[in-house]
Design a protein around this ligand. Structure first.
Ligand SMILES: C[S@@+](CC[C@H](N)C(=O)[O-])C[C@H]1O[C@@H](n2cnc3c(N)ncnc32)[C@H](O)[C@@H]1O
Length: 392
């Protein structure tokens, strides 16, 4: 198909520019107001996808990305956009999605985070090269320094460049303020090169250290095991947890659903009467029990299992329910059971505004959705986290 010259009139929910001809064209790496020459890369019945081959007019909000891998790497989507504009884009995106799928208009101002070096966990793929997957592909983009990863992670990536990585398929690096953990899938590694790493795990076997690392948030301490969920951006996580803490009622009985390692429940423990955390991952529950002990808490307990099933099999009477489900949101069974419990408040932490809007559209029949606050957790990507407060 011939090259076209188009004007970008909007952005889609994945951060791509939208141009309109007889059908919409989604153009990677373009901003509103820009005029660009494009090459069509995909032709579908209802839309086209394209890449920019020449900028005719650029946006004042375009910034030169300092990342040398940005054009190929699948990690970031918005590095070409000024950070303030990224925040405006995400806030507008949440507002539009919530209105479209739930009819609600109660989205507040977005809470920013730190733009760079925030990620405490990365997954590196290895096959001759070491790096991240390319956008929409399993090709590896060799990475030297990742702008959004913690400095300790970048120091380790630099060391890997000088190592023999034969036989290794994947390396997960997790770090906290003071500690680091390497999790290898396959291969043999010369651990003498990684003496400053606190724990090394190869094919599920602990080679050095305790097999977990510790993080501290204020006075609270948390352990993180290789497969347990832990929020990837500490500043963003504290912002979100403070919002949940603000919302929970003093001296209330609380259910913390999809609790991971128990972090949210533990964060609110001092304000409330009692917390029960429910989580499907047994390793995360084991961490949650260690976290309870580490923080000398007696008013929090945990149950391992599927939220929907545990809520169906038990009768709970609580004042507040906190939910923090994966991207897929709440399943029908979970929603039905939460409504039957009749909590005064539901505090919904979400990492996908589309499933949040879908679930709020059901919950709003029994609850007033008071407000929804977007949080920037995954800076430079199109992802956005939200906390919603619902009251009976
Ligand atoms: C977004 S994480 C939230 C973790 C935790 N609230 C935190 O802030 O660290 C979602 C958690 O839900 C858990 N999960 C997923 N499906 C589940 C289910 N059906 N029942 C219980 N837990 C589930 C995952 O293992 C994961 O730990």
């Amino acid at each position: 198909m011939k090259n076209l010259e188009v004007e970008i009139i909007d952005l889609d929910h994945f951060g791509r520019g939208i141009a309109k001809t007889d059908k919409p064209i989604f153009v990677e790496n373009s901003l509103i107001g820009e005029v660009v020459k494009i090459k069509i890369t995909k032709e579908k019945k209802k839309y086209l996808e394209a890449q920019v081959i020449k900028f005719i007019k650029t946006s004042p909000y375009r910034v030169n990305s300092k990342c040398p891998y940005y054009d190929k790497c699948g990690g970031c989507d918005l590095l070409h956009m000024d950070y303030h504009e990224q925040l405006k884009y995400k806030e507008k995106k949440v507002r539009e999605i919530i209105k479209k799928f739930s009819g609600l208009e109660c989205v507040k101002k977005i809470v920013p985070s730190v733009q760079f070096n925030y990620r405490n966990k990365v997954t590196l793929h290895v096959n001759k090269k070491i790096g991240y997957y390319q956008r929409k592909s399993y090709e590896i983009v060799a990475i030297g320094n990742c702008l959004i990863a913690d400095v300790k992670i970048n120091n380790l990536i630099e060391k890997f460049q000088k190592c023999n990585l034969d036989g290794i398929n994947k390396i997960v690096i997790r770090v906290t303020d003071k500690e680091s953990m390497l999790i290898f899938d396959g291969g043999r590694i010369d651990i003498s090169k990684f003496k400053d790493v606190d724990t090394i795990i190869v094919d599920n076997k602990i080679l050095t250290g305790r097999g977990y690392i510790k993080e501290q948030i204020g006075k609270l301490k948390f352990v993180i095991s290789p497969t347990s969920f832990f929020q990837v951006n500490k500043v963003g996580m504290i912002n979100i947890y403070n919002k949940v803490l603000e919302y929970v009622d003093k001296d209330s009985n609380v259910l913390d659903l999809y609790c991971g390692t128990g972090t949210i429940g533990i964060y609110v423990c001092n304000k409330v009467k009692e917390v029960l955390g429910i989580e499907i991952n047994e390793e995360a529950i084991a961490d949650a029990l260690v976290n309870k002990k580490l923080n000398n808490l007696s008013n929090i307990n945990f149950k391992a299992g599927d939220v929907g099933k545990i809520l169906s099999d038990n009768k709970f009477k609580v004042d507040n329910v906190i939910v923090d489900p994966p991207r897929s949101g709440l399943d029908e069974n979970a929603i039905k059971n939460i409504i039957q419990i009749e909590p005064q408040k539901i505090i919904y932490v979400s990492c996908d505004p589309v499933t949040l809007a879908r679930d709020l559209n059901i919950l709003k029949q029994n609850y007033k959705v008071v407000e929804i606050t977007p949080f920037d957790m995954f800076c430079n990507t199109y992802h956005v986290e939200c906390v919603a407060l619902l009251e009976k």
